[in-house]
Design a protein around this ligand. Sequence first.
Ligand SMILES: [Zn+2]
Length: 304
Amino acid sequence: MLIAGGAVVRLNDTARGEGIIVAQQHRAYDPVRTVPTLILRNDDYGRVERLLADGEDVKMEFHIVNHVYPEGKTSYNVIADIPGTDKADEIVMLGGHLDSWHSATGATDNAIGSAIMMEAARLIQALGLQPRRTVRVALWSGEEQGLLGSLAYVKQHFGTAENPRPEFSKLDCYFNVDTGTGRIRGAGIFGPPEAAAGLRPVLARFTDWGVFGVSASTSRVIAGTDHTSFNNAGLPGVGFAQDPIEYNSMTHHTNLDTYERVIPDDVHKAAAIVAAAVWHVANRDEMIPRFTKETMPAAPAAAQ
Ligand SMILES: [Zn+2]
């Protein structure tokens, strides 16, 4: 409609106070089908709106230089292993997404989740520990465009419960951090109650840091972040519950998502908690209990 009407620019209201800008994408990803879109601060947008409502002729001047980078069409996940020993063919994964939006550096969404996972792996390495199972860190690409990196990885390596690849039975569980800088308070795992019971003992060591419990989930819905790519396939994905801090009100996808919003003490503790959880799972005699063919919840219709 905008193109047919001859619009040269579209202005969106960021609809937040305090100078916050929420800038994401146009889903078409095609300059032929879209016009350049600018996000105005709520108070600037409001002034334009009021002037127009008063019948004023509002003139605005823009200098927009956009580049399309066809060579950037392919993006990549970053994968690294700590090799296992007697159970090296079984894998414990931990990760978060590395991509972020452009109006800030993406410190809380999700540089800090990536950093926590790298630090957890570094802690295991620095202690000179050799896990029984292989520990694999994954920093996903394209999460913000729809979990593209993790969905592709799960499809390529594991398949689904209904159509498994050989590695499906070898993935023990996958841990994900992607909810900002806030302290870890607990976890949710896709699986039967026994799966949550398998993780509870290790998280219970951190109750004096305010970590409380593990819950089990039966949902295979693809939701806001990468462990749901695993859940959707029927694999044990683990998402950590975190203090919200300013995530939803201030930093998530905004121009204020910068390093200054990170709380060092909380993320240091997060790395220690994740390292302990990964280490626990990597060395148990048995893998974390999972749904069987008979007990596996049905996948959402669209994903089957
Ligand atoms: Zn995120």
